[in-house]
Design a protein around this ligand. Structure first.
Ligand SMILES: [Mg+2]
Length: 290
C-alpha cells in the first residue's frame, strides 16, 4: 500500500507550502478521528482532535519511515505511551498510508486490528503497547541506546501526555536519557491541561513543565501545539540539536477544530450523541484549510 498523499523530499517545499500541506493532513486526521468516534459513540475524541496537528507534522514532515514496511529496521520509531490516544494514531497511520482508511470503520470492534487502546501486536506501525502510563520514555531510552550501539541513525519519538508527567518512571527515564546523551530521542508532551481525574493543575501540579525538563538536562522548547507553523519550526530546531535529548512541549486544546466539542465541559472520555456526529463533521468542514 502506498500513501495517498505523497510527502515531498525534505527541502523541496517552502515553509508556506509545508504548512498548507500539513494543515490539510491535520484536517483529514481529525475527520478520520470523528468517523472512528462515531463507530463507538464515545471515546477519546477530544484528545485526538487536540493532538491532530502534532501528529500531522510528525508523520507528514519529521518521521523517516516506509508506510508499507512498518518493520523497516532503519525507520524512526514513534512510541505512543498513552494507549488511549490510539484513535489519533490510527487516524495518522491512515493518513500516512500504513493502514487502509477503510479499516478505520472497525475501530474498537471485535476482531479488529484497531483496539481502543494501542497494542503493538495488533496494529502495524504501533511500536509499543501503551496505556499503563509512564513506560514509553523508558522504552524509548532503551531503544535509542540500542540504535546508537548498532550505529543505526534512526530517531526515537515518544508522545506523552501531561498526565503522564505524574509518573515517577517518566522522570527516571528522563534522567537516564540525558545521562547517556541520547540526542536521537525526541519526547513530545501533549499538554492539554486535563487528565482522567480532572484538570491537571488540580490533580497534581506539573508546571513549570519546561523548566523541569531543562533541569533534567533536556533541550526543551514549548509551542502552541495547534499552530502548524510553530510546530514545523520547533521540530526543525530539535532535529538539528546535538548532545542531549530533546523535548517539545505542546500546548493543545481539547476538541480543537470542532467548536461544539471544544466548548463543552472538558471530558477525558467524551460521549457524543448520535445526532451530533454530522454536526461535528460539518463544523470541522467549515474550518477546513482546503
Ligand atoms: Mg492530558
Amino acid at each position: 500500500m502506498t500513501a495517498l498523499h505523497t510527502v515531498p523530499a525534505r527541502g523541496t517545499e517552502d515553509r508556506a507550502e509545508r504548512i498548507a500541506r500539513l494543515s490539510a493532513a491535520a484536517h483529514r486526521i481529525r475527520r478520520h478521528a470523528l468517523d472512528m468516534g462515531e463507530v463507538q459513540g464515545q471515546g477519546y475524541i477530544g484528545q485526538a482532535l487536540g493532538v491532530a496537528d502534532v501528529l500531522a507534522v510528525v508523520y507528514g514532515d519529521q518521521l523517516r519511515f516506509r508506510p508499507a514496511e512498518p518493520e523497516w529496521p532503519d525507520r524512526d520509531r514513534f512510541l505512543l505511551s498513552i494507549g488511549h490516544y490510539a484513535i489519533a494514531l490510527y487516524a495518522a497511520l491512515a493518513e500516512a498510508g500504513t493502514i487502509d482508511a477503510a479499516e478505520l470503520e472497525t475501530y474498537g470492534s471485535d476482531g479488529s486490528r484497531l483496539p481502543m487502546s494501542g497494542m503493538a501486536s495488533y496494529t502495524p506501525g504501533m511500536e509499543i503497547s501503551g496505556g499503563s502510563l509512564g513506560h514509553g520514555l523508558g522504552v524509548a531510552t532503551g531503544m535509542a541506546l540500542g540504535l546508537r550501539l548498532q550505529g543505526n541513525p534512526a530517531r526515537v519519538f515518544n508522545l506523552l501526555s501531561d498526565g503522564e508527567l505524574d509518573e515517577g518512571s517518566t522522570w527516571e527515564a528522563a534522567m537516564a536519557c540525558a545521562h547517556h546523551g541520547l540526542d536521537n530521542v525526541t519526547a513530545i508532551v501533549d499538554v492539554n491541561a486535563l487528565q482522567a481525574d480532572g484538570p491537571t493543575a488540580g490533580v497534581l501540579r506539573t508546571e513549570p513543565v519546561t523548566d523541569k525538563w531543562r533541569a533534567f538536562g533536556w533541550h526543551a522548547l514549548r509551542v502552541d501545539g495547534n499552530d502548524i507553523g510553530a510546530l514545523v519550526d520547533a521540530f526543525d530546531e530539535l532535529r538539528a540539536h546535538r548532545g542531549s535529548p530533546s523535548v517539545l512541549i505542546c500546548d493543545t486544546r481539547i476538541g480543537h477544530g470542532v467548536p461544539m466539542l471544544a466548548e463543552r465541559e472538558k471530558a477525558h472520555f467524551m460521549k457524543v450523541a448520535e445526532h451530533e456526529w454530522d454536526l461535528a463533521r460539518q463544523q470541522l468542514g467549515e474550518g477546513s484549510p482546503a
